[in-house]
Design a protein around this ligand. Structure first.
Ligand code: ADP
Length: 539
């Protein structure tokens, strides 16, 4: 080997900020806040305030490698933490406020954070858990001076903290493999596990996210992340938008249809994204109120399978394209994205829609995929052979934080816990999570496929399918339905809707109507459902 003779400039998150301030300095950032008026500034303003925050962090004694926790919604102040904390070489642990108290405590203690920044409406939560936090010394409320309440924890005001600091910071350059963000999995089984993203992973992931095979941003786009900043950095949108010079709109915690529509229309949002539950509510709101988005072109949806009926409604009613994304905390999180290709377009629009709406997405440069069958052999890319989905690449976890053993195999492959197929076009389709698969008489039934069809039945808001113990077949599918508010849906109507769309032996043994519980990351909580309905088919 002969060494290359190019520069080895490390990939730094602060580099994104510096670039955006220079190249797109006047491009706007708009942020809703919990109880303050809408905030407006631009990338140059973000760079100034992130610099002030960096000085303030230094003053608080935060050093390179230290951890700082945020408990916060999608706001400009949280965005400032996204740049300032890794910018000085520290690590931002984005705690998930929807976890149980003890899990939040566990993650903050496990991260060994010295400072906790929190939004005003988390004050009761922070006061409740403060005594159990073993390393936090400083509490800062993400609020202006007048609204800050010191509470029993003696919280400082964010605005007071940064007010007198210099508006420029000499961002240091260091090893690009240094840790930058610490994100925990939601711990549906066992304690949450920490995934420590490096600068290199975040920057490469953000560059890949901006590509046309993924989100394909231009400087004319107006991007509104509705996936939470605390959940795997909102799919890297706070980084890929500035890299591409897109305007950024932050909705805080207001995810109801009316609030979202107001921002979408008022700010000319062209691109937004979030988990399916948000778009179920938004589509329902649009229909009930006879409204339609005007500038919106694309919605990226992931975290759970996108119901086909949702993608179809966006396209047919509002001319909005749905991009499905599959990923996980362990993959920063982008794994695949469903964008069109010429070979699919050649099949005609209907066939292309069908292919795109029924698959999670296609292979992206930078992340390798493979499916392994039960024998450990690699499955062919035939769209039919299913098995364990493995991933590998520069933004895939190697080892969980503070664990002694690698999570990935020595050759880098990481088992995602999902079951999938890969096809000749490079598209991946998830059939289930390994732990959710329904085993009926030695055959597998895909809960995701059944849910996807059932949710298309008129009046159905959420459809959840679980495997329930059965005296003869080991397990059989039970369909739990949560209808839209004020709508009546009957069992016979649901079964009649399913009949022509599925093979007979997949027919759920029963259909029940109940509220469907969701996890801290907005997914159907099948563990709770299985627990609640386990005896239902045992007679
Ligand atoms: P958690 O498991 O902690 O809720 P993650 O966001 O890391 O948080 O979850 C990742 C999992 O979510 C994936 O392994 C997969 O099972 C599921 N998932 C994500 N996106 C999709 C999608 N588009 N379709 C189906 N399942 C998805």
């Amino acid at each position: 080997m002969i060494p290359g003779l190019m520069q080895t400039t490390p990939l730094m998150i602060s580099g994104i900020l510096t670039y955006a301030a220079q190249a797109h300095g006047a491009r706007e950032i708009v942020s809703r806040l919990i109880d303050e008026p809408v905030w407006r500034y631009d990338y140059a303003g973000l760079a100034r305030r992130a610099a002030q925050l960096a000085h303030a962090l230094k003053r608080l004694g935060v050093k390179a490698g230290d951890r700082v926790t945020s408990l916060a919604w999608n706001t400009h102040r949280h965005l400032e933490l996204f740049y300032a904390v890794p910018g000085i070489g520290a690590v931002l642990h984005t705690a998930n406020p929807r976890l149980f108290d003890e899990q939040i405590v566990y993650t903050i203690n496990h991260a060994e954070s010295g400072v906790l920044f929190f939004d005003r409406n988390f004050l009761p939560l922070v006061e409740r858990i403060a005594a159990q936090l073993t390393t936090v010394k400083t509490f800062v409320m993400l609020s202006d001076a007048e609204r800050t309440e010191r509470g029993s924890i003696g919280a400082a005001s964010y605005e007071t903290l940064i007010a007198d600091e210099l508006e420029a910071y000499p961002w240091p350059s260091f090893d690009e493999n240094a840790g930058a963000f610490l994100c925990y999995t939601s711990g549906t089984t066992g304690d949450p596990k920490g995934v420590l993203y490096s600068h290199r992973a975040v920057v490469l992931h953000a560059m890949a996210g901006g590509l046309n095979s993924a989100f394909g941003f231009t400087a004319f786009d107006v991007v509104m992340p509705c996936s939470s900043l605390y959940h795997a950095t909102a799919w890297g949108l706070p980084f890929s938008a500035p890299i591409c010079g897109a305007k950024l709109v932050l909705p805080a915690d207001k995810m109801d249809g009316a609030s979202l529509h107001q921002l979408i229309e008022g700010e000319g949002v062209t691109f937004t994204g979030g988990v399916p539950t948000i778009w179920t509510m938004y589509l329902d709101w649009l229909e009930r109120n006879g409204q339609a988005p005007t500038a919106l072109k694309r919605v990226v949806i992931g975290g759970s399978a996108v119901p086909r009926a949702m993608a179809e409604a966006f396209k047919r009613r509002y001319d909005v394209q749905t991009l499905q994304i599959w990923g996980m905390t362990e993959t920063c999180p982008i794994g695949v994205v469903s964008t069109p290709t010429p070979s699919l377009a050649a099949l005609g629009e209907a066939a292309m829609d069908e292919a795109i709406w029924t698959r999670q997405g296609r292979l992206q440069f930078g992340i390798e995929l493979k499916v392994e069958t039960e024998t450990g052999a690699e499955a062919p890319w035939d769209g039919e052979t299913s098995g364990a989905l493995l991933v590998r690449g520069p933004w895939v976890v190697r080892r969980y934080f503070r664990k002694d053993e690698d999570a990935a195999r020595p050759d880098g492959w990481f088992d995602t816990g999902d079951i999938a197929t890969l096809d000749a076009h490079g598209f991946m389709r998830i059939t289930d999570r390994q732990k959710d698969v329904i085993k009926s008489g030695g055959e597998w039934i895909s809960s995701i496929d059944l849910e996807n069809i059932a949710v298309g039945c008129p009046g159905v808001k959420i459809a959840a399918v679980i495997g329930v113990p059965h005296p003869k077949w080991e397990e059989r599918p039970l369909l739990v339905i949560e209808p839209h508010d004020g709508v009546e849906v009957g069992k016979d109507a649901v079964l009649a809707f399913l009949a022509p769309r599925i093979v007979k032996w997949w027919t759920p043994d029963d259909v029940v109507f109940a509220r469907v519980p969701l996890t801290a990351t907005g997914k159907i909580d099948k563990k709770v459902l299985r627990e609640a309905w386990r005896g239902h088919l045992m007679g």
